[in-house]
Design a protein around this ligand. Structure first.
Ligand SMILES: NC(=O)c1ccc[n+]([C@@H]2O[C@H](COP(=O)([O-])OP(=O)(O)OC[C@H]3O[C@@H](n4cnc5c(N)ncnc54)[C@H](OP(=O)(O)O)[C@@H]3O)[C@@H](O)[C@H]2O)c1
Length: 324
């Protein structure tokens, strides 16, 4: 494993972080059991992963807590989250503090390393900064968490408007942001500011559902070509990103997707979500490999840097929560 410093927090974190939400939820969404989810966490720790990202809305804090029983507390950096908005309803500060207290109980720890506000849209940012953050500052002084973070709601914030404000505010030590090989505007809109302000970054959506399947990429290319957004040849082939796979290049679609994000200046931790032991090992291996060849990265920029919103899909659980 390789380690880096998570911005101004000074925390030493593995460059690959285990995401405990997303479409997989440690495999709990795909037929796995609590025991197999715990085995995924243990396998990740054995391979040197020391950052785990969970959240109250993922309902995986309990299983993370069970997996971490007996693991020395300083061996792992725990990041979790509270919702702040559900449908049109804003959480009160008391409700967010109650969520924090519940996270501490579920995780079985006295202190969380990074406590984040989950999926904050641009329209909710003033409220969380003015009303929720001050209440959390008091809880931080009580020792319940070490660093405050905020995550964007990628499908609803294609220009990263919320983070463009948050990064410069000095309130958030860590941000979670989307970036992938067909969603590239983070490079201009977010990373220069996080680097300038030394805000730590957790990268989400590297693979998600789109780059887990050649068929999904092919279906997306057909829609994009029909809308005139990508050249027709990308719609006419069953494996549109196959040009990335060659000797000296990527070994698979997911290998390309994780390696693409890992080496971008400004990316501290690449989160990956899985319930599959083989995927876990190959994803970590990909994240530790060298960058994709320069010619392939240039081609991806030329073909896709103008696109917005491709592959930024919410899992059913998150869609339901947003609608409630
Ligand atoms: N706003 C937010 O706060 C927010 C939003 C999104 C994500 N996140 C965080 O970011 C983490 C990562 O996001 P993500 O879940 O979208 O992760 P991801 O790593 O981009 O994608 C994971 C998906 O790809 C599949 N997959 C993983 N490795 C694979 C491989 N080698 N081959 C084929 N399929 C593979 C997984 O299924 P298998 O189980 O089959 O491997 C899973 O469905 C989440 O767990 C969460 O912690 C936060």
């Amino acid at each position: 494993m390789e380690y880096t410093t998570l911005g101004r927090t000074g925390l030493r974190v593995s460059v690959a972080g285990l995401g405990c939400g997303g479409f997989s939820r440690l495999g709990l969404n795909t037929g796995g059991t609590e025991a197999s989810a715990i085995a995924i966490i243990h396998a990740a720790l054995d391979l040197g992963v020391n950052l785990l990202d969970t959240a109250a809305p993922y309902a995986t804090e309990g299983v993370v807590g069970k997996a971490l029983k007996g693991v020395p507390r300083d061996r792992v950096v725990i990041a979790t989250k509270s919702s702040v908005l559900r449908g049109g309803e804003r959480y009160t500060p008391e409700r967010v503090v109650a969520s924090l207290d519940n996270s501490l109980r579920e995780l079985g720890v006295d202190c969380i390393d990074v406590f984040q506000l989950h999926a904050v849209p641009p329209s909710g940012y003033d409220y969380v900064r003015e009303t929720i953050a001050p209440a959390l500052q008091r809880e931080k002084e009580r020792g319940k968490f070490r660093f405050l973070g905020i995550t964007e709601t990628s499908p609803n914030d294609l220009e990263h408007e919320m983070l463009q404000r948050a990064v410069a505010d000095g309130v958030w030590d860590v941000v979670m942001v989307a970036f992938h090989l067909m969603s590239q505007n983070t490079r201009e809109k977010v990373f220069p500011a996080t680097l300038k302000h030394r805000v730590g970054t957790l990268l989400m959506f590297a693979v998600r559902s789109i780059f887990a399947s050649t068929e999904r990429v092919a279906a997306a290319m057909k829609e994009l070509a029909a809308a005139g957004q990508v050249p027709q040849w990308l719609a006419d082939t069953p494996d549109p990103l196959g040009f990335l796979i060659h000797p000296g290049g990527a070994s698979s679609l997911t290998d390309a997707a994780y390696r693409y994000v890992r080496h971008e200046p400004g990316v501290d931790v690449v989160l990956f979500g899985t319930g599959d032991q083989a995927h876990l090992r190959s994803n970590i291996a990909s994240i530790l490999k060298p960058p994709l060849p320069e010619a392939d990265r240039s081609r991806l920029k030329e073909l896709f840097s103008h696109l917005r919103g491709v592959g930024l899909v919410l899992p059913p659980r998150a869609r339901a929560a947003a609608a409630n």
